[in-house]
Design a protein around this ligand. Sequence first.
Ligand SMILES: Nc1ncnc2c1ncn2[C@@H]1O[C@H](COP(=O)(O)OP(=O)(O)OP(=O)(O)O)[C@@H](O)[C@H]1O
Ligand SMILES: [Mg+2]
Length: 343
Amino acid sequence: MIRVEGVTKRYGPTTAVDNISFEVERGEIVGFLGPNGAGKTTTMRILTGFLPPTRGAASVAGFDVATQPIEAKSRIGYLPESPPLYPEMSVIDYLRFVASIKHIPRKEIPKRIDAVLERTSTTDVRDKLLGKLSKGYRQRIGLAQALIHAPEVLIFDEPTSGLDPKQIIEVRELIRSLAGEHTILLSTHILPEVASTCGRVIIINEGRIEASDSLDNLTARLEGATALLLDVEGPPDEVRRALELDLAVRSVAEESRLGDRTALRVEVDKDDRVARRLAAVVVNSGWGLYGMRSLGMSLEDIFLQLTSQEEQANGGEGPAAGQGSDGGAPAADTAEGQEGDDR
Ligand SMILES: Nc1ncnc2c1ncn2[C@@H]1O[C@H](COP(=O)(O)OP(=O)(O)OP(=O)(O)O)[C@@H](O)[C@H]1O
Ligand SMILES: [Mg+2]
């Protein structure tokens, strides 16, 4: 339903997203998890057609977001990181406006608006000005505008960011209630978000995808095993067989080969001395060891980072979880949302 193939996005010297590929199947709820600056928003803006990738392609429901933007966008409901809202507009007028630019037939608009207001529990604020709404209600109106054209695919960028604990629970419940009818990709930088809503997690860090699996499997992988990347000069098959003899080694896979140098990914049980033993195997066999680094660690590091942020977020008020988007001037957000969301 969602397909990202070899997408790279550079901002001048900064590589925000580095050759990522992933898919989300119909009906899945996938959490897009990563620390601040990992590349989540950039990926989502590419997926929703806001931002052209430097390289690679993305498609939604089989439509390429760059070459078939109208078909793709009509199937996407997007909640941007800072929802574009117009402070001087009433909720109902805003939703009418969104419905019209999303080409909902005029006579269907009142029905659709009623449905999304009910879905997001916002019927009681329908006549209020957007600028007078609390953060939680603004976020729900952001969700309402994402749902109004009944899209198959929902892309939510940090849907609970900046909300208080009660609102977080309510928005999560809303997202869960959307499962089944929709395919959902939601980004977050806190773990409980995915634990409570998502079937699968894609972890992104520094623009690269580090893992894609169920949270249970990821946790199990972290607890039981780790992986090493070895850069060895020697006959690949012999090297591999020699490494496999170590009891802590679960598997050896060739990552790449260049001349007689081979990069091998070695999955091992957690064991303080395994790296040392594997280095000895290579060197004692007369082969060259050009490098060894822990691959498992990076995922572990990300998890640690995400878990500590979770504690901060649980510890308290909005600002800890809100990661700064809160203060965003509505005017600036408006420009972004209006420009891309609806064409
Ligand atoms: N318009 C831009 N110009 C230059 N650099 C940018 C721009 N937008 C994002 N970046 C950089 O790209 C990287 C990824 O940013 P992105 O906003 O995608 O991260 P994120 O995972 O959404 O982070 P957060 O959790 O803070 O929202 C960061 O290093 C960021 O500084
Ligand atoms: Mg972001």
